[in-house]
Design a protein around this ligand. Structure first.
Ligand SMILES: [Zn+2]
Length: 312
């Protein structure tokens, strides 16, 4: 029996052909294994490191994998996944998301319609409900298990939870004044198409807030190919430069960019830092429940639809 083939990709931002030479590779590459062998590697950021080799696009500088899972394979893999970062305590997660929210608050009026793609249990959304005056919420969340928690947050407001990550047709054109995607764009096979569709739903002057990994960060340069964001879940990883090109291709203009702070308990950090360097420590001292904020190679980008006509 022939194995189902992986997807062959050209650059998802500028459509250039991939260079022959890989820029970042794991010791065992994902493209040398078959799909069944990759399923156990998929779930953990911190287990044995196997990922599809990344090339650097000669046209736009994007770091992307020219060989990757196809759509049905991704559907199967995401369908069996445990919740993201379940190991990080809620208090630390809330502090991280609140930091992202402060960035939206500093550049918008927090009113009108609000779109969020992948809100999970609503740790970002709850800030919007508490401090904002949004009159309608569209929350695109494929995980049905989080529905009770997510609905509770927007209770008493006009809201829609849509169980399709990208069913933007549920939203009227130009209905929203803010759209938020936290750790979503690194996962998409066709980020230009998704952002272009989303743009149609935004008012002139609306704010788009994105949180992604930054492959040009100091942390990534320190740990090399062992950087946790090089993994089977990311068909491409952006830098400030390639993020700008992506947004321009989708009809957006970048207004602001900053490094983000992630909060963790110290014991968690130490364990995963050791893992990143290939040391599999089963337990480390917990150092109590202290929480530490770190700039971990993530970036936050705020963009707005480019004025005037734009063809998709
Ligand atoms: Zn390119």
């Amino acid at each position: 029996m022939e194995k189902p083939a992986f997807l062959s990709r050209i650059c998802p931002v500028c459509s250039s052909k991939p260079p022959a030479q890989a820029a970042i590779q794991s010791e065992v590459t994902a493209e040398s294994l078959d799909f069944d062998a990759l399923v156990p590697c998929w779930n953990g950021f911190f287990k044995d490191k196997v990922f599809f080799s990344y090339v650097r696009c000669g046209g736009c500088g994007l770091l992307y994998a020219p060989t990757f899972f196809n759509g049905p394979q991704l559907e199967q893999l995401y369908g069996q996944m445990p919740p993201n970062m379940a190991e990080v305590p809620m208090k630390a997660l809330r502090r991280t998301q609140h930091g992202y929210f402060e960035a939206l608050k500093s550049c918008s009026d927090l009113d009108g319609g609000f779109i969020e793609v992948g809100p999970d249990i609503g740790l970002f959304t709850e800030n919007c409900v508490r401090e904002g005056r949004y009159n309608e919420y569209w929350l695109f969340e494929p995980n049905r298990e989080v529905l009770p928690a997510l609905s509770k947050i927007v209770e008493g407001h006009k809201y829609h939870v849509i169980h399709d990550m990208f069913g933007f047709s549920h939203v009227l054109d130009h209905a929203a004044s803010a759209a938020v995607m936290i750790h979503v764009l690194d996962h998409l096979l066709d980020p230009v198409a998704t952002l272009s569709e989303l743009r149609q739903k935004l008012k002139p002057g609306a704010r788009l807030l994105l949180v992604t990994h930054d492959e040009s960060s100091l942390l990534r340069r320190l740990v090399g190919w062992r950087w946790p964001a090089f993994c089977l879940q990311h068909p491409q990883i952006y830098s400030p430069q390639s993020m700008r090109k992506l947004l321009e291709a989708a009809g957006f203009e970048v207004l602001e960019r900053r490094k983000t702070v992630n909060f963790f308990e110290i014991g968690f950090l130490l364990k995963h830092l050791l893992w990143a360097f290939g040391i599999k420590a089963q337990s480390v001292p917990s150092f109590g429940r202290f929480t530490l904020g770190l700039k971990l190679g993530n970036m936050l980008t705020i963009a707005t639809p480019k004025p005037g006509r734009h063809h998709v």
